[in-house]
Write a protein that binds this ligand. Sequence first.
Ligand code: UDP
Length: 241
Amino acid sequence: MSKIKYKRIVLKVSGEALAGQEGFGIKPPIIVNVAKEIKEVYALGVQIAIVVGGGNIWRGQTGAEMGMERAQADYMGMLATVMNALALQDNLEQLDVPTRVQTSIEMRQIAEPYIRRKAIRHLEKNRVVIFAAGTGNPYFSTDTTAALRAAEIDADVILMAKNNVDGVYSADPNKDVHATKFHELTHLDIIDKGLNVMDTTASSLSMDNNIPLVVFNLNEAGNIKRVVQGEQIGTTIKGDK
Ligand code: UDP
């Protein structure tokens, strides 16, 4: 077996990563690529839990800005993540990767309800577990879900797979020519400097539970594998420098 730095990972895949150029909807050819990348890591024997976002379909914030009640709009966002989870499950299974979807809001006809011990058992049996419907609570994000589930299943790391961004920068590199990339940061840096990595709830949860984070570009082939094998790409965020 080749060298593996992280044995059990939580991979956060944003909704955008499944949407392609337009940033909206589900694009099967894009998901196939994501699934292939995941399969490569699966083949190394890594235990993989995936938290999927829903921003490619619906964001609670958008609904709230249009005058909807925030909680109602957030529940719609959570349902959006379930669609993404099913699409990803389908693509992984077509590549012969065994998977289970667990939802934080029960919908037993299509997925298992989230049960922590069962999720861990699936991982031990080398099934990829896809966590859908966020935390099940409005006012939270799927980044927070990733931090929460990572703590619950005792994951070694959270891999924040970004869409065409290869790490954390001091400013938006597309807008500011002086933006510099950080190779290593602490969770506290993220909160103090207000860096755009994850929301503060997710950051503080990761910090309090001492879960390292790697932010990297999902669109470069082989990157998930590189991170898992300990190659220094993207930005690593840890408890202490
Ligand atoms: N959401 C929520 N609670 C959660 C997770 C998600 O209410 O625990 C809702 C929220 O409205 C959010 C939407 O689901 O906007 C989609 O999730 P997110 O924006 O995190 O997806 P991503 O940006 O990763 O695609």
